[in-house]
Design a protein around this ligand. Structure first.
Ligand code: KG4
Ligand code: ZN
Length: 365
């Protein structure tokens, strides 16, 4: 199709199987021709978290169907493609391996170049797909598995300015929901329950705000929530709807406050590093939270930085972002061989110190 680059992307690093086709013609905005996501939520619901073995098996079963559906929805055949891009890490290793093997099979069978993509780079490059953002920009990646600030300076040039030293905020939302008997995924449930709640009734900590820098901690918040819950139960023998609303509102406000203040500092660090005032972009499931969006909008406005929040479906795990990162790497001449390996850990910024902990949704960096 002339100079248009058309790439099939595959994503299977956590609990969503994705396949997507993205095309990019010179001088025109990229086009998402299809973006299929098969969620596995139901399979893991009984276990209170993602079970890696179940996820890997489900990816193996779903990948072929997702690829077929993505090609059909895009009205493209394998012969129309220029390359196959696949998440090669970081993530739950069984799922990543399933995706990499599927992509190798397609690439070998159809004679197409293979391009391994870092899942975090997929998230970090999304604002270029949705909003045509130019380098450099500041990215806050905030989801169930990730939480970090990245100075995005090029397709393969990321500087990590800070991140969580324990849980990711999405994990904290999910644990909060579990503790309060709310549905999973916890983020939307907690946000709904917080409506009309009094965020000031329970005193939640704002961890690490007393320390300089952009690192964050969220595991202490769930302990604080547990204590507040126990106190309310001891006092009245159970939790009322009002207690639940106040607990959720207080927790959500604490997360938003911490992320807002750390974002303010990250914007300053980004300006010192690049000389640029933003733009600030977000990605990850937690970026859908309206209290957080409002807080980040205000921080960006005060700093005089543009704020870019891609649509929710492209903030959460999806294959369009992998296809897009594949196009970006393809344009730079990057190709992988059949020796491409699946990596459980794969930090974007190899110069940054290693992060602690893996988290329930796999490695964080
Ligand atoms: O990016 P994502 O789909 O998957 C990864 O973790 O990579 O993010 C899912 C996370 C879950 O923990 C979910 O509870 C959280 O994002 N989430 C939210 C909201 N919607 C999803 N957290 C807070 N508020 C929301 N509205
Ligand atoms: Zn992700």
């Amino acid at each position: 199709m002339g100079d248009t680059i058309t790439v099939l992307g595959l994503e299977s690093s956590c609990d969503d199987t994705g396949a997507a086709v993205v095309a990019c013609a010179p001088g025109a905005p990229p086009q998402i021709l299809s973006n299929i996501v098969a969620a596995q939520g139901d399979l893991h619901a009984a276990f209170g978290g993602v079970v890696p073995e179940i996820a890997a098996r489900a990816h193996v079963e779903a990948l072929d169907h997702c690829v077929e559906a993505a090609l059909e929805a895009a009205d493209r055949g394998l012969a129309d493609l220029d390359a196959v891009a696949v998440t090669a890490g970081p993530g739950l290793i069984g799922g990543v391996m399933a995706g990499v093997m599927c992509a190798k099979g397609i690439a070998a069978g159809a004679g197409l170049p293979l391009i391994g993509v870092n899942h975090l780079a997929g998230h970090a490059l999304t604002p270029r797909l949705t909003d045509g953002l130019a380098f450099p920009y500041l990215m806050l990646l905030v989801s169930g598995g990730h939480c970090q600030f990245l100075a995005v300076r090029g397709v393969e040039d990321f500087a990590r300015l800070g991140g969580t030293i324990d849980d990711a905020p999405g994990e904290a939302f999910d644990k909060t929901a579990r503790l309060l008997g709310l549905a999973q995924p916890g983020g939307p449930a907690v946000e709904r329950a917080a409506e009309g709640g009094d965020a000031g009734r329970f005193a939640f900590p704002r961890p690490l705000l007393d320390r300089p820098g952009c690192d964050m901690s969220f595991s202490g918040l769930k302990t604080a929530l547990l204590r507040a819950c126990d106190a309310a139960v001891d006092a009245r023998g159970g939790l009322t709807e009002e207690d639940r609303a106040d607990l959720c509102a207080g927790f959500q406000a604490a997360v938003a406050d911490v992320l807002a203040e750390k974002t303010r500092r990250a914007l300053a660090a980004f300006a010192a590093m690049t000389g640029a005032t933003g733009p600030l972009a977000v990605a990850g499931g937690v970026a859908a939270n309206r209290t957080l969006r409002a807080a980040l909008t205000a921080v960006a406005e005060t700093a005089g930085a543009r704020f870019v929040a891609p649509p929710a479906a492209l903030c959460t795990d999806n294959a369009a972002m992998i296809a897009w990162a594949g196009i970006e790497r393809y344009r730079l001449g990057h190709r992988d061989g059949m020796d491409l390996t699946a990596r459980p850990r794969w930090p974007l910024d190899t110069a940054a110190p290693a992060q602690l902990g893996g988290g329930k949704k796999g490695a964080k960096a």
